[in-house]
Design a binder for this molecule. Structure first.
Ligand code: GLP
Length: 270
């Protein structure tokens, strides 16, 4: 596991975007797993900038981690377009790059047969040859996607009830400003499972801010537990890169070691 610490959000985002761009350049038809939330917004901005300078997304396929479920069905409020993750991805990345519509996969939050849909989503990931690089953030309660505390570390794509902390966090970040009340926001999501995520060939996790420093330390240096589903990172068998800003790295015990490893690796071009 490679742990990279950058001074601030901007530098974290640039570093992450460069990793993603590296995959796209090396394998123009690569399959990317994508994430939502405030954290990846900067990364997506850098990718859009790189696209303006020639980075080609025309053969890239993407699978998003998750989507609110029942969007548009809750209490008759029509927030399905503005608050959905599909909309988020369109606004933050897809409309800025030359990705083809047919190569974009986001879970269908309006599916009437969610179980069937989830099975189909898993099949499509396999049919695409699996995910080459999965981008991940970190939820306030230590989740990946919407795999809330207690989700099995072998879980697959499914409908998941959101935990209180996630509802609080995402209400503050996205729903409040749209005048949607805490009760009216969606309380369920379709999410790739932890087992699904662990099948990605490579993982890129990005985390910023002091608010998540404790969770970052528990996730990278603490015991593996289904109570903090992102601790499953310690089980992944492929390439893992974690990019943090200084604030998010501030509670790590072995921080000097991580910095040392990064320095040595770059000195020797490893
Ligand atoms: C949501 C998403 C996660 C994301 C998390 C953190 O719960 N489902 O994929 O990592 O939010 O969001 P933020 O980056 O806004 O802190």
């Amino acid at each position: 596991m490679e742990i990279i610490i950058r001074e601030n959000y901007e530098q974290m985002s640039r570093y992450a975007a460069e990793i993603i761009a590296g995959y796209v350049r090396a394998k123009p038809d690569c399959v990317l797993g994508l994430a939502t939330g405030r954290t990846p917004i900067g990364t997506y901005r850098f990718l859009a900038e790189m696209h303006r300078e020639g980075l080609d997304f025309s053969r890239v396929k993407t699978f998003n981690l998750d989507e609110y479920f029942g969007i548009g069905m809750n209490l008759g409020i029509d927030y399905n377009l503005d608050q959905s993750y599909a909309r988020f991805m369109y606004e933050e990345l897809f409309k800025h790059v030359n990705i083809k519509k047919e190569n974009i996969y986001v879970p269908d939050g309006l599916s009437r047969e969610p179980k069937k849909f989830c099975m189909w989503y898993e099949r499509e990931i396999k049919r695409a040859g699996g995910i080459d690089l999965q981008l991940l953030g970190l939820g306030g309660d230590g989740h990946w996607g919407f795999n809330e505390p207690g989700s099995s570390l072998g879980s697959r794509t499914r409908v998941q009830a959101l935990a209180k902390q996630t509802l609080d966090d995402n209400y503050e970040a996205f729903f409040k400003k749209a005048n949607i009340s805490r009760n009216q926001m969606p309380h369920f999501a379709i999410t790739m499972g932890i087992g699904t995520i662990l099948e990605a060939k490579n993982i890129l996790m990005i985390v910023n801010g002091a608010r998540k420093a404790d969770m970052v330390a528990r996730c990278l240096e603490g015991p593996i537990t289904s109570q903090i589903t992102a601790t499953a990172i310690q089980l992944h068998s492929g390439g893992i890169t974690v990019v943090l800003d200084e604030a998010a790295a501030s509670r790590l015990k072995n921080v000097e070691h991580y910095r040392f490893v990064e320095k040595i690796k770059s000195q020797y071009g490893l």
